[in-house]
Design a binder for this molecule. Structure first.
Ligand code: PMP
Length: 426
């Protein structure tokens, strides 16, 4: 299976310029498979961009979009409201815990981060405390707009600008494997406590429940629950970035549910619309929103986009929630994810594999070098299963609609790819 594309005027900004010409061209996707321009079908091991959680071409999602397109495409979200967005916001309030009842709808995960930060910082302003320091994981990823990009210390996101407020980043102390020991949560909590105590009162701590683009790093049991306590002790807001993990990816509706906590602010995108249309959300607690009714800022948040809460995207978001419930996709994510992880863990016996980890339908195979990861990843794609390899890690995150047979096929093809790469390496 070879790549296919000709010279192009399309600049895909994340892809190094020299690699753009060799990219695959995808022409069709159905269920859990995608087809390239040379008629090769692949089992989708990455859910598009980790967002096709309901699979591709789902008739109910297409129908929801069609119906809404015919009725009302969108209307000015500043002066009016419409049913799809109202319904989606109230359904999110119903599935999120505690007082997480107030939702702004935007278009991308980065915009959700932007909105979350603005809300958090303005909240402190509203209540008369000038807190503006934010603490994140160095290996966290929260988006690519100017503010969002500053939060991450991942080398591939590094930019030359500095944020208009202080950000302190906590580095992961050890290998992902070492984090999964009993002491893992102690070590990480001590680092966050140190970061919080090392400066003026922190406005917010923002973390993902599992560090997605940072290498699918599964955080230690108990970490999030203790981070919640730590934030409470310091009056610091806890923002959970559920862009990658939300909507069933980790085997629970939201990643933070594994620890039974209630964050103050939650950001969502990707799975919220199954990737069918751009859609994202930030939900905050009612007491946070209540501070925005005070004068002189009673006007509101002063943040929003023309297409925020787009009616067709919101209609699809509502249909995603129906499909997820009817097809038991959260449960399937937990079941198929456990199967995948159990079987793929056996690859740790390969000389090329240093760690296999995961939660729900996020699995990472860490190789002994970026070259080995590339060899394994490329062999997997050649055998017909789409995976991503980045910085020594092969990421596997199929649609939550994956069937037991497809899981078996994926395990077989990825295991064979590891063998092929090991043989070539020997
Ligand atoms: N947060 C997380 C955890 C993400 O994984 C991503 C995207 N991969 C984003 C934020 C940014 O989302 P977007 O690309 O839609 O701006």
């Amino acid at each position: 299976m070879t790549s296919s594309t000709s010279t192009s005027s399309l600049w895909r900004a994340w892809t190094p310029i020299t690699q753009q010409a060799g990219s695959l061209r995808i022409v069709e996707a159905r269920g859990n498979r995608v087809r390239d321009a040379e008629d090769n079908w692949y089992l989708d091991g990455v859910s598009g961009v980790l967002n096709a959680s309901c699979g591709h071409g789902h008739p109910r999602l297409i129908e929801a979009a069609n119906q809404q397109l015919q009725k009302l495409v969108h209307y000015d979200p500043m002066v009016s409201s419409h049913d799809p967005a109202e319904t989606l916001a109230s359904r999110l309030a119903a599935i999120l815990p505690g007082e997480l009842n107030e939702t702004c709808l935007v278009n991308s995960g980065s915009e959700a981060t932007e909105a979350a930060l603005r809300i958090a910082l303005q909240y402190w302003h509203n209540i008369g405390e000038g807190r503006n320091r934010v603490i994140t994981f160095e290996a966290g990823y929260h988006g690519t707009t100017h503010l969002a990009q500053q939060l991450s210390g991942l080398p591939f996101t590094v930019s030359e600008w500095s944020a208009p407020f202080p950000i302190d980043r906590v580095a992961l102390p050890a290998s992902p494997r070492a984090l999964r020991t009993e002491e893992g949560a102690d070590t990480l909590i001590a680092l966050f406590a140190q970061a919080i105590e090392a400066g003026p009162p922190a406005a917010a701590v923002m973390v993902e429940p599992l560090l997605g683009l940072g290498g699918c790093v599964v955080l230690p049991n108990g970490f999030l629950a203790r981070l919640r306590q730590l934030c409470d002790q310091h009056g610091t807001l806890l923002i959970l970035d559920e862009v990658f993990c939300g909507f069933g990816r980790t085997g629970r509706m939201f990643g933070f549910e594994h620890e039974g906590i209630t964050p103050d602010i939650v950001t969502m995108s990707k799975g919220i619309s199954g990737g069918y249309l751009p859609l994202a959300a930030v939900t905050v607690t009612s007491p946070i929103k209540a501070t925005f009714t005070r004068e002189p800022i009673a006007r509101g948040l002063r943040y929003g986009h023309t297409t925020g809460g787009h009616a067709v995207a919101s209609a699809v978001g509502n249909a995603v929630l129906d499909v997820m419930a009817d097809e038991k996709l959260v449960e399937n994510s937990a079941t198929q994810g456990a199967l995948l992880l159990d079987e793929l863990r056996k690859l740790e016996s390969s000389p090329l594999v240093t760690d296999v980890r995961g939660l729900g339908l996020v699995i990472a195979i860490e190789a002994d070098s970026p070259e080995s990861a590339a060899a394994i990843g490329n062999a997997a794609v050649r055998s017909g299963v789409m995976v991503r390899h980045e910085r020594g890690v092969i990421r596997i995150a199929p649609p939550l609609t994956i069937t037991a047979d497809e899981t078996t096929e994926m395990i077989q093809k990825i295991s064979d790819a590891v063998d092929v790469a090991a043989t070539a390496h020997a």
